[in-house]
Design a protein around this ligand. Structure first.
Ligand code: ADP
Ligand code: MG
Length: 665
């Protein structure tokens, strides 16, 4: 056995067929055993073993031994199946809203069983709703005494995931040669790979979840090393030179600039000149266009595209979501209305027939600009002569994905666009000496966004102001925490969903169903697009959009002037700044209202005050990094940085340098 096992597909594990492999893959973001092992628990719960029921607190995780007294079948479909058991310290009911015959047969009346589950005290009755495990009493030892909790999806259960992870761990060998130099391991006091993985999946205490934990640090280093190697590979691919022919017709671009509905800012003009002089030269471009939310990156992308098209080459723009790609298509087509430029879109929900036609137009060179998502990375998507790859919200794409797009042409220039300013302290370490253009100013017609922090309880005080804004033709975002992979199985997924849907219902009652729309990540792409389009339409009836953070990236609705964020204390600062950037996109005065819930102390207030007092994305990102680096909190995503699984740059930036050096070696 060797580390080679890490690269085996998930289907290699027992009882993992294609369907389950797919479910797992959606959860862990990869299809190999290694991906599964990098899916780390986010906490462990201590199990109370054989506690005395009458003195055990509500919500404790317990292992108990009990004798089955009776089964009570439901009389209506709403009632649960109930099994009553006797223990020397009190009776307990096992409650099942759904039960299989195989489960019933594990609990014959009169038998002794051992149960693992969460104890609930309801009206003086001890209950366990859906016990995690039930075994015959003599097998009590087999129940896990340290309950490790993994982030889950609705299709993968805690128990199944834990089992598959333990099976995978058993395939690792401690004696395998490590890829980290043994000197470095020693110097840092890091465990070898196998040890690190085993420790992290079998946590013994709080320290195992600390950002400074050596097992985690070691894996973070592995990840940063892989990143650095990929960046270097992308950079060294091909030469730095390309063939190009100076185009004769620069006038058409001048004409285009005149036709724009606004004057470009100085920063935009500078960025365009930096980009176009590289496109119109024999240097191959690899450039990051960094600009705070709303600074107008898209129009820079359009003008860059024109330069490439004038050289008879094609352009591909990719965005992380279909909604965003659609929005780009509309924006490109609107601004390029007068030009004879053919822009098409390819996403995962393009029909087969359309797709065929689009691929044909691409390969014959009929299409000038293709707007797309990950869908463009498929092998059968071929360009006649791709000259420029524009990657919007670039941190949402991996280096290898970028590379795959760039390889669809010869001599392709690359323009990466990023909304979250990456603190200067990290830029070098992450991207080496990549060229950068910065949009440092916002378009002049903007008023500063006013940010307010208030208790969610006082929300009704704002209803009138909201009505007024609606009457003025303005639009409102109402953000609830995301529906995302949550820790407590299906339940909290549903709770999160309940949050947005409940808010939606509430607001419908207040403002009327005509005006209020709902948008969340669990909806079908088609429905999401429809809702977004309705909301974006200045003449449409949709005025309030109740949404999860799916709207975080890039959405541009100039009429939106108010954004309310529920439970804002749970978001990262950079993420809040991104959300806030959805308003203040026109000359109208805009407001960002940060609502907080029950648990709100000085610490949370100080954090939100940073946002209230600053509109500078760079500053906010630095502060975010500092706050998080000093805290102990792992796992709240910092938007805008490359999405690492283990590494967190608030804690691990010291490792970047070492990784950079070793990647070069
Ligand atoms: P981002 O940099 O966040 O991607 P966008 O490109 O979506 O920003 O631009 C935000 C809005 O600002 C768009 O509606 C765009 O048309 C507008 N805009 C861009 N540049 C200017 C400008 N120089 N003057 C006024 N409005 C502009
Ligand atoms: Mg954008």
């Amino acid at each position: 056995m060797s580390h080679k096992n890490l690269l085996l597909p998930l289907s290699f594990l027992p009882r993992v067929g294609p369907t389950i492999a797919k479910f797992l893959q959606n959860l862990i973001g990869g299809n190999r055993i290694f991906d599964l092992l990098l899916h780390l628990p986010n906490r462990a719960e201590k199990v109370l073993i054989l506690p005395r029921l009458f003195e055990t607190a509500d919500d404790s995780l317990v292992i108990i031994r009990a004798k089955v007294e009776s089964h009570q079948k439901p009389k209506t479909s709403k009632q649960p199946y109930k099994v009553t058991c006797y223990t020397p310290t009190g009776f307990i009911s096992l409650i099942f809203f759904k039960i299989f015959p195989s489960q019933i047969s594990k609990m014959p009346i009169g038998s002794e069983i051992a149960i693992l589950g969460t104890l609930k005290k309801i009206n003086g009755e001890n209950q366990i709703v859906h016990p995690q495990e039930i075994v015959p009493a003599e097998q009590i030892e087999t129940l896990s005494q340290n309950n490790v909790i993994y982030p889950l999806s609705s299709t993968v259960s805690q128990k199944f995931l834990t089992k598959k992870i333990q099976e995978s761990l058993s395939k690792l060998n401690e004696d395998d040669v490590d890829w980290i130099d043994s000197k470095l391991l020693q110097q840092k006091n890091w465990p070898n790979l196998t040890r690190a993985l085993k420790n992290l999946h079998n946590p013994q205490g709080e320290d195992d979840f600390s950002p400074h934990n050596l097992n985690r640090k070691r894996l973070a280093y592995d990840e940063l090393l892989a990143w650095q190697i990929a960046v270097l590979m992308a950079k060294n691919k091909g030469q730095n030179h390309k063939k190009f022919e100076a185009s004769a017709d620069k006038n058409s671009i001048k004409e285009f600039l005149k036709s724009l509905p606004f004057d470009l800012t100085q920063s935009q003009l500078r960025a365009i000149s930096e980009i176009s002089s590289e496109i119109n030269s024999d240097k191959k471009m690899l450039r990051l266009l960094q600009g705070d939310v709303g600074s107008g990156k898209t129009v820079v992308a359009i003008i860059s595209s024109l330069h490439t098209i004038l050289q008879n080459k094609q352009v591909c723009v990719i965005a992380p979501t279909t909604v965003l790609a659609k929005q780009h298509l509309q924006y490109f087509q609107r601004l390029l209305r007068e030009e004879k430029i053919i822009t098409e879109i390819l996403t995962s929900d393009t029909t087969k027939k359309q797709r065929e036609k689009i691929l044909n137009n691409l390969s014959t060179g009929k299409t000038h600009i293709l707007i797309s998502t990950h869908a463009v990375l498929e092998d059968d998507v071929k360009f006649k002569n791709l000259g420029l790859a524009i990657i919007d919200e670039q941190h949402r794409f991996g280096v290898m994905q970028r590379l795959k797009l760039v390889e669809k042409g010869q001599d392709v220039d690359t323009l990466l666009m990023s909304a979250t300013p990456i603190p200067r302290s990290l830029m070098m370490g992450l991207y080496g000496d990549m060229d950068i253009s910065i949009l440092a100013e916002k378009p002049k017609n903007r008023q500063p966004i006013e940010t307010l922090v208030m208790s969610a309880k006082k929300i009704s005080q704002l209803y009138q102001a909201i009505e007024r804004a609606i009457k003025n033709g303005e639009k409102i975002y109402w953000i609830c925490p995301a529906i995302e992979k949550s820790e407590d199985s299906e339940m909290s997924d549903e709770i999160a969903l309940a949050n947005v849907t409940q808010k939606h219902e509430e607001l419908v009652k207040i403002f009327g169903g005509e005006k209020v729309r709902l948008l969340h990540g669990k909806m079908k792409e088609k429905d999401k697009e429809k809702i977004m389009a309705e909301f974006a339409n200045p003449l449409g009836t949709a005025k309030i959009l109740v949404a999860t953070t799916v709207i975080e990236v890039g959405i541009d609705v100039p009429d939106a002037t108010v954004i309310l964020i529920e439970n804002s204390e749970n978001f990262g600062l950079s993420q809040l700044h991104q959300l806030r950037g959805r308003v203040g996109r026109s000359e109208k005065k805009s407001f960002c209202i940060l609502l907080y819930g029950e648990k709100f102390g000085l610490k949370q207030r100080t954090r939100l005050d940073i946002l209230r007092n600053s509109n500078d994305g760079f500053f906010i990102a630095e502060e975010d990094l500092k706050l998080r680096g000093s805290g102990e909190l792992l796992g709240t995503k910092q938007s805008g940085f490359p999405e690492f699984r283990i590494a967190d740059l608030s804690f691990d930036s010291d490792l970047l340098k070492i990784a950079h050096r070793n990647a070069q070696l």
